[in-house]
Design a protein around this ligand. Sequence first.
Ligand code: PLP
Length: 355
Amino acid sequence: MLSIDITLTDKPKEKPADETKLGFGHIFTDHMFIMNYDTGLGWHDARIVPFGDLSLSPAAMCLHYGQEIFEGLKAYRTKDGSVQLFRPDENFKRMNVSNERMVIPPVNEEDCLQALKELVKLEEDWVPHTEGASLYIRPFIISTDPYVGVRPADHYLFIIILSPSGAYYSTGLNPVKIYVEKKYVRAVRGGTGFAKTAANYAISLKGQQEAHEQDYEQVLWLDGVEQKYVEEVGSMNIFFVIDGEVVTPQLTGSVLPGITRKSAIEICKKRGYKVSERRISIEEVAKAYDEGHLDEVFGTGTAAVISPVGHLKWGDKIMTINDNKIGPISQMLYDTLTGIQWGTIEDEFGWIVKI
Ligand SMILES: *Cc1c(COP(=O)(O)O)cnc(C)c1O
């Protein structure tokens, strides 16, 4: 059991008055969780303190070489007013996978979950009451040694911050337009694609920007070796329904192992769909489209849960999926996942952790 020291703020902020205008990631709650790591001491000094700026040396290693990892999950308010989390144990398990790859010392997963629960409990009033809105949770670790040489650090901070966020789909489940990236790559064989680390996002900004300029919302990344096989979208994993079969790229090391992805696979299997985790080339997707077998395309991730894809642009070819409407499997997954998360349907999988 982690012993957590608590210092309460003497300047509590006003809660957002209009929960329909929260947006994503702009507002932060009154408190945050912090603990330190020092070589020889391990993780120590677990504490909840008022949310505020950090004091770091300008030479702090994370600022120069990006030794950083993060996680993302949400707390949901149910109809009876209670607050719950969705598979939070999976986030801390994945955090340690990312840590291992980035040579960051492992965390105690139970301690982290306890810290998260205590922080959310303290900030319970910040969990939005509006349908579809939630409290976004961002745990992360940075290296802090004041040293501009390249080596794994000896000093780290583990921090959890909380951000009330609005419904992702304020105007209903709208299909997104996706640009298949042919020039840039996100991850390569042997790289850091499977780790949730800042570098993977820094590398993706340029492609994302060029896609935006062409009025596409997200980029679909192809493999970094041949640029032939489909990998994932921005911050979502990708699924195709081809002739009734649910297909998603297998986890080869360059794809982020999404918890929503894993949950979608488990739901589809339980509902009797054929699910394949395998390599799928963009040519195969285009061929299925031409032959009229590409039934649905959708992304999965914590932020949007399920994001139907309406348009897919690959070079000069523009594919319009399912008439730019949400398909039946996408809708079933969206209803099941959000129903479990907000507690409106029974949690038949045992995924919910109550605060
Ligand atoms: C976080 C993330 C996802 C989605 O993971 P979830 O656990 O489902 O939220 C997918 N791709 C990338 C690159 C990510 O960082």
